[in-house]
Design a protein around this ligand. Structure first.
Ligand code: NAD
Length: 381
């Protein structure tokens, strides 16, 4: 059978779901590989590099859909892309099924078998397929790099012949996968790094990375923010008030704020308010990784970088992984390759959609003319 990657059509998307390296690995699973011409160009993978890796290069999406049995993508398909798809193919991409009911219906009407990379259960066995984590890791790193590009000073403190330079002070709000990556990057660049999360169990992890956990003076701190499965739940009004009070106190001394706070199924909580931005020094930077979900900062404009009246840059980009397209494509294509590994137990180039496999069942959103989302809870932790 053939696995094929479409060229991404979402505006500004530079990633690709198949790399020359992942193609080599997929061939070892018994698959032939095909790619739409130019699909890897924005991620620095030329058609020649694919050909050298034994991948067939075809012109245009129609030829790709016709040639491939399993189509891989980064972004979920547009309704136009689904309309152009032949019936009965398998598709693997991000889908966000809870937010995209119409897309799910359209894909099901085409009797596509669809595996959503964003639905891979976050259990230990599935970590190698966890594209949410691999992309969040890149986003966290890139957020610090973007902040540095807008910040007029060093991160690390220095004593030079031309004078003493104080270290930058960075606050990371939310210490999930992206937040931890931002903390690691900020510490490695030499900034004094503070971090806060409503889940107190991350305090130890933050401190072990060389950053400082911001404690609140709040009795219920040890139980308030954590929900089952490692995700956060909305804070109580009292907790939120304490948190904002602490942030107001910190705002005048913080140079860079990276916000990453999310609560599943809800808009991002507003945590860095307008008055906090006003209290920051001119030249300070806020990078809001929650911009796509409404933003953690009051001033965030999704997809834009703005400067506040008092000279604070607020970055609301929503495409951080795509801004590191080569790295992101390498990791995403590896996540897909591991998914194909699970789908091909006999290594014979034939996918087996095993409904008893927690990971496959979790990711499967359409199959044999049925919408199979939402899945039952996984049996294994
Ligand atoms: P996420 O993107 O849903 O949220 C980001 C962070 O924001 C979380 O740490 C959350 O606690 C925090 N947050 C929410 N409200 C906040 C507030 N008001 N103030 C400050 N912080 C706030 O999180 P994620 O990166 O997807 O990770 C969620 C969990 O999943 C973590 O426990 C992580 O360790 C776990 N996880 C497990 C696996 C695995 O086992 N395979 C893989 C990835 C992540």
């Amino acid at each position: 059978m053939k696995i094929g990657a479409l060229r991404e059509v979402f505006e500004g998307e530079r990633r690709v779901a198949l790399t020359p390296e992942s193609a080599g690995r997929l061939q070892k699973l018994g698959y032939d590989c095909v790619i739409e011409a130019g699909a890897g160009a924005a991620a620095s993978f030329s058609d020649e590099a694919y050909r050298a890796a034994g991948v067939e290069v075809v012109e245009g999406p129609a030829a790709l859909w016709a040639a491939a049995d399993v189509v891989v993508k980064v972004r979920g398909p547009s309704l136009e892309e689904v309309a152009a798809a032949p019936e009965g193919k398998t598709l693997i991409s991000f889908v966000w099924p809870a937010q995209n009911e119409d897309l799910l219906k359209a894909m099901n009407e085409k009797r596509l078998t669809v595996l959503a990379m964003d639905m891979v259960p976050r259990i230990s066995r599935a970590q190698k397929m966890d594209a949410l984590s691999s992309m969040a890791n890149i986003a966290g790193y890139r957020a610090v790099i973007e902040a540095g590009a807008s910040f007029g000073r060093f991160f690390t403190g220095q004593v030079t012949a031309a004078g003493k330079v104080p270290p930058a002070k960075v606050l990371v709000v939310g210490a999930g996968v992206a937040g931890l990556a931002a903390i690691g990057t900020s510490v490695s660049l030499g900034a004094i790094t503070l971090a806060f999360d409503v889940r107190p169990e991350v305090a130890e992890q933050i401190e072990s990375m060389g950053a400082e956990f911001v404690y609140l003076d709040f009795e219920e701190e040890l139980t308030d923010g954590a929900e089952s499965g490692g995700y956060a739940k909305p804070s109580s009004p009292e907790f939120r008030e304490k948190q904002l009070e602490k942030f107001r106190e910190l705002a005048p001394e913080i140079d860079i704020v990276i916000t990453t706070a999310l609560i599943p199924g809800r808009p991002a909580p507003k945590l860095w308010t307008e008055d906090m931005v006003r209290a920051m020094k001119p030249g300070s930077v806020v990078v809001d990784l929650a911009a796509e979900r409404g933003g953690n900062c009051d001033l965030t404009v999704p997809d834009e970088k703005i400067v506040s009246e008092n000279g604070v840059t607020v970055v609301g980009y929503t495409d951080f992984p795509s801004r590191m397209a080569t790295q992101a494509s390498n990791l995403y294509a590896t996540n897909i390759r591991h998914m194909m590994d699970d789908l091909t137990p006999e290594k014979d180039g034939t996918p087996d959609v095993n409904m008893e496999d927690d990971v496959i069942r979790g990711a499967l959103v359409c199959h044999e003319g049925e919408i199979t989302f939402p899945p039952p809870p996984p049996k294994v932790k």
